[in-house]
Each structure stands twice: as structure tokens, then as C-alpha cells.
Design a protein around this ligand. Structure first.
Ligand SMILES: [Zn+2]
Length: 71
């Protein structure tokens, strides 16, 4: 059985995982059809809360922003 010579440090592991995440994001750039924001594929849009045209959750608006909208 092949055994690694050196222990993988926390830093190196983190860098590797971050790299994978960024790669995935870059490989499949996807814009949300309802709000046009950049989203990950096969995930609910975090800015408007929709997935494949269906509303999954309501996006909470901060109270301060709501007050500004009312005024
Ligand atoms: Zn969206």
C-alpha cells in the first residue's frame, strides 16, 4: 500500500480544497435566469431564492433597507 511520506498540513489541505471550489465555479459559470446573478450550477440562487423557475425560499430583506424603501 502506498503511504504518503509527509503529513498533509492544514494549510495545504485548505488550499487544495479552495482550489477545487474555485475550479468548479469557473468551469460552469451560470447566471440565474430570474435575477441574472452568478450562481453555482444545480443550486438554489442565493440572491433571489429560486431554482429552475420555482421559488424555494423568500429572501429576507434587512429592516433598515425596508424602512428606506417605505420612505
Ligand atoms: Zn437569482
Amino acid at each position: 500500500m502506498a503511504v504518503p511520506k509527509k503529513k498533509t498540513s492544514v494549510s495545504r489541505k485548505g488550499l487544495r480544497r479552495a482550489g477545487q471550489h474555485h475550479k468548479e465555479y469557473r468551469k460552469h459559470p451560470m447566471t440565474c435566469p430570474s435575477c441574472g446573478d452568478l450562481t453555482m450550477p444545480n443550486t438554489v440562487c442565493s440572491s433571489c431564492g429560486t431554482y429552475r423557475g420555482k421559488k424555494i425560499f423568500e429572501v429576507k430583506v434587512k429592516e433598515t433597507e425596508q424602512e428606506e424603501a417605505d420612505a
